[in-house]
Write a protein that binds this ligand. Structure first.
Ligand code: ATP
Length: 231
């Protein structure tokens, strides 16, 4: 994916200054930065969920800029902040929503099998209401539902939000597995050290601007990371 001069605004307020942003084939790219930095806005701009300007190309063709449904049908799939799952519905029903347009039974089963392989716990809880699951399980469900749409690139908005460190590690590890299977991933995260362990590259945003593009191999310590934050 290649974004050029991508910017976004809410009414008169520019929340994201023009940015060039790239995700190579098979890459996991982290988007880091403090609260209000514009991380979620960048994801929304890619998807066309917010007023934006600039261009985004994916797999050799431009993405529509104001048509989120068309963007999703190109395989650009978001796991939103707060997960967006339907609490009163069962795990099974939530997963089915991810592939609601798919008619092919075999393909549907193939996608279920992949989700259950990654998240065996979801298989154990198919009949349980999503809202009664733990935070970590709900995040697994949100990712599972996104995978049911067979993404060509997966965008995640703070999947660790509100989760204990151990559960966060589990979720991020699974994202690493997914990425190593060839799926490009954009990971918005506040937990920079964990995200940098997985990422091939990281974009650091602050106050709606790009402040650094970081090569994780060059970040040796927390202190050094802090220097980027406060540069
Ligand atoms: P967080 O980690 O807190 O979610 P973020 O880096 O994802 O932060 P954004 O949610 O992208 O930040 O917000 C960037 C800026 O845009 C903030 O100043 C925020 O207040 C503003 N903003 C976000 N959503 C809206 C909205 N719907 N209307 C107006 N301003 C908004």
């Amino acid at each position: 994916m290649e974004a050029r001069n991508l910017s976004a605004r809410y009414g008169q307020v520019q929340a994201l200054a023009p940015i060039d942003f790239q995700v190579g084939a098979g890459e996991l790219v982290a988007v880091l930065g403090p609260n209000g930095a514009g991380k979620s806005t960048l994801l929304r701009a890619i998807l066309g969920l917010v007023t934006n300007a600039g261009e985004v190309a994916f797999m050799g063709a431009a993405l529509p800029r104001r048509n989120p449904v068309a963007v999703a049908s190109r395989g650009v799939v978001l796991v939103p902040e707060g997960r967006g799952i339907f609490g009163p519905m069962t795990v099974m029903e939530n997963l089915e929503l991810g592939a609601y347009r798919l008619k092919d039974r075999h393909e549907r089963q193939r996608r279920f099998d992949r989700v259950f392989e990654l998240f065996p716990r979801l298989k154990e809880r198919l009949g349980q209401t999503a809202g009664s699951m733990s935070g970590g399980e709900q995040q697994m469900l949100a990712i599972g539902r996104a995978l049911m749409a067979d993404p060509k690139i997966l965008l995640l908005d703070e999947p660790s939000l509100g989760l204990a460190p151990r559960v966060t590690d589990e979720i991020l590890e699974t994202l690493g597995v997914l990425n190593r299977s060839g799926l490009p991933v954009v990971l918005v995260e506040q937990r920079a050290p964990q995200a940098l362990k997985l990422a091939h590259r990281a974009y650091l945003l602050s106050l709606g601007r790009l402040v650094a593009v970081i090569d994780p191999r060059e970040v040796q310590s927390h202190d050094q990371l802090a220097q980027y934050y406060f540069a």
